[in-house]
Design a protein around this ligand. Structure first.
Ligand SMILES: Nc1ncnc2c1ncn2[C@@H]1O[C@H](COP(=O)(O)OP(=O)(O)OP(=O)(O)O)[C@@H](O)[C@H]1O
Ligand SMILES: [Mg+2]
Length: 245
């Protein structure tokens, strides 16, 4: 079967700074592909190519068999409705309650009634255990709660593909583990195909079917968690060796 996401020899530069340099990888249906790599190396840029926020200078970006860079506006919007993106910043809207933030994609992209919306929003809010914060505003809740609210908003549209950018950055170990478990839950319950960018070993090992190391604009090593555990590639050891965090 054709992979759900496939990048082929992608190159991208900003001015003279070459960020992606022959990036290729594929994510199979229902699998979670973890990307680890240095700060500022181009991981978020990679995710932005998959949702079509950035276009490659060279190479191909295919999602569900469609060439993302050549989609027109309607095609891109249709594809994005099948994708959820958990932004690195969380990106909640500050003047809206948690409930309204989560409801936003349904109000904008569907013709569901408010009653139907309420049912789906509350289901996602329960999934991330934020029932008691539904009426609060982003500046009244903790960082971990913001991440979970962002996750609820990402999932409310029932995406087939979910992209997570540092889902547990800045969280304490317990909240971090909660998020890892949620990512795993979502994969099992909804059979989504995911890409997870993280620098946390525990996250990579918990959620990854394949773990990949990104360096100098491309994937330099990838394999199952077991293969990565026993790899002696120096960059694999640097990102995945040592103590769990
Ligand atoms: N739209 C843009 N225009 C110009 N430069 C950009 C743009 N987006 C990203 N960059 C640059 O590309 C490089 C890679 O950025 P990116 O955000 O992908 O890093 P990252 O691997 O996600 O890092 P981190 O782990 O810190 O999140 C950075 O140097 C960044 O400044
Ligand atoms: Mg980033």
């Amino acid at each position: 079967m054709e992979p759900v996401i496939r990048l082929e020899d992608v190159h991208k530069a900003f001015g003279r700074r070459r960020i992606l340099q022959g990036l290729s990888f594929a994510v199979e249906q229902g699998k979670t592909y973890v990307i680890m790599g240095g700060s500022g190396s181009g991981k978020s840029v990679t995710l932005k190519h998959i949702i079509g926020l950035l276009k490659p200078d060279e190479g191909r970006v295919l999602v569900k068999g469609q060439e993302v860079p050549s989609l027109n506006r309607e095609g891109l919007l249709a594809l994005r409705r099948k994708m959820g993106f958990l932004f690195q910043s969380g990106a909640l809207i500050n003047w809206m309650s948690v409930y309204d933030n989560v409801a936003l994609p349904l109000r904008e992209n569907t013709r569901l009634t408010e009653t139907e919306i309420r049912e789906r929003v509350m289901e996602c809010i329960r999934l991330v255990e934020l029932e008691r914060a539904a009426d609060q505003f982003p500046d009244q809740i903790s960082g971990g709660m913001k991440k979970r609210a962002g996750l609820a908003r990402t999932l409310v549209g029932e995406p087939e593909i979910v992209l997570y950018d540092e889902p547990n950055a800045g969280l304490d170990p317990i909240m971090s583990e909660t998020i890892n478990r949620l990512i795993l839950d979502v994969q099992e319950r909804f059979k989504v195909t995911s890409v997870v960018v993280t620098h946390k070993r525990a996250c990579a090992y918990t959620v990854g079917d394949i773990i990949a190391i990104f360096d100098s604009g491309r994937i330099v090593a990838e394999g199952s968690p077991d293969e990565m555990r026993s790899s002696d590639h120096p960059l694999v050891r640097r990102f995945l060796g040592g103590i769990m965090d």
